[in-house]
Ligand binder design. Structure first.
Ligand code: C2O
Ligand code: CU
Ligand code: CU
Length: 362
């Protein structure tokens, strides 16, 4: 992928969820100046998943993402294809975010230390959207592309979601669930069953946190669809026996373990190929969606706050939501590449203020 920077600011492209060499990771030290170019090259060699890309320049990531520089892409593999999940017009990506508009209808950004919160929701960049659906099983590939907003997704008719995957691809088994709390940077793979509804029925996808209507499904066409909802989805090999534990405290709005980000400082070194336990904790100023570059992890436990690991936190994750007073432990192993990667809060305003750390896989 060749990036030509036509902005008046520096920028990079980070491939969130992709395991790529450091030089292709969009690190802020590799910022492309206005008018410059950068060639991102990597081999895609990982599980099927919905991943995304967004800028990662030092201190201006929030502004660039909020003003629209982000997108998603789907990686497929044979394990997933064999399941015969809904595809074609019955597989729909949904990028959910909030936004503020100026008088002329352009996106507007205000940095706030507590995180940007817009006044309206957008789905795939569309205001007050609807989707005509068949009486069929649908697969929705959902990304929370907001700067800082946490959505609590539910269907207005009380129907349940069939949760089949998240950041790192398919879960081991399906979970059927009515409400899903969904932090920015996280992804969901959801089956929604419109079979049995009559033409003319409307079903609203809602955010119960803000009370917003996000997307209206309008049942428009009656079809016969016998696609099964699989229960067993994927083999997820559990990580185990960590060789060490590292603790990371997300402090205030701009620090990890007491330090604000310094592009030229490497905060710790991680041996290649070893399983480690990482403990993320915070006292306050949450939500802090904690994100790691260079590897996915498996969530082990949450104490304090909500106190449980949710079904959408199974399998492989690259972003996990910390609310006030929570401690979350994950197991992680870097086996893609050696080099420098990032650990940070994905609330983009916290990231921009310094809640980010460089580490080196050695
Ligand atoms: Cu989605 Cu370091 O980023
Ligand atoms: Cu990332
Ligand atoms: Cu944060």
């Amino acid at each position: 992928m060749n990036l030509g920077n036509g902005l008046s600011q520096e920028t990079t492209v980070h491939w969130h969820g992709m395991v790529v060499p450091t030089a292709a990771d969009g690190h802020p030290k590799d910022a492309v100046t206005p008018g410059g170019n950068y060639l991102y090259q990597y081999t895609i060699n990982q599980r099927a998943a919905l991943n995304w890309y967004h800028p990662h320049p030092h201190m201006i990531t929030g502004e660039q993402v909020c003003l629209g520089l982000a997108g998603a892409f789907i990686v497929n593999d044979q394990e997933e294809t064999a399941l015969g999940l809904p595809s074609g017009v019955h597989e729909v990506p949904l990028i959910v975010r909030d936004a503020s508009l100026d008088r002329t209808g352009n996106l507007r950004y205000h940095s706030r230390t507590t995180g940007f919160l817009g006044d309206i929701p957008l789905v795939n960049g569309t205001r007050d959207p609807y989707l005509n659906v068949d009486t069929a099983l649908y697969r929705f590939r959902v990304l929370n592309g907001a700067n800082s907003r946490v959505f609590l997704l539910a269907l207005g008719n009380g129907a349940q979601f069939h949760l089949i995957g998240n950041d790192g691809g398919l879960l081991a088994t399906k979970a059927t669930i009515g409400q899903i709390e969904f932090g920015n940077g996280e992804r969901l793979d959801l089956l929604v069953d419109f079979r049995g509804l009559s033409v003319g029925t409307k079903v609203m996808l809602r955010d119960l946190n803000s009370g917003w209507d996000l997307l209206e499904f309008r049942v428009a066409r009656s079809v016969t669809d016998t696609t099964p909802i699989p229960t067993t989805l994927s083999s997820v090999v559990p990580l185990s026996n960590p060789v060490r534990t590292r603790a990371f405290s997300f402090d205030g709005m701009s620090k990890i373990n007491g330090l604000a980000y310094d592009m030229n400082r490497i905060d710790f070194q991680v041996p290649f190929g070893q399983t480690e336990r990482w403990r993320f904790q915070t006292g306050g100023n949450a939500p802090h969606p904690v994100h790691v570059h260079g590897a996915s992890f498996q969530v082990q436990s949450r104490s304090g706050g909500r106190g449980v690991v949710f079904p959408w936190e199974g399998g492989w994750k690259d972003t996990v939501l910390l609310l006030d007073g929570e401690t979350v432990e994950v197991l992680i192993r870097f086996e893609g590449y050696r080099g420098m990667y990032l650990l940070h809060c994905h609330k983009l305003e916290h990231e921009d203020m310094g809640m980010m750390s460089n580490f080196q896989v050695v």
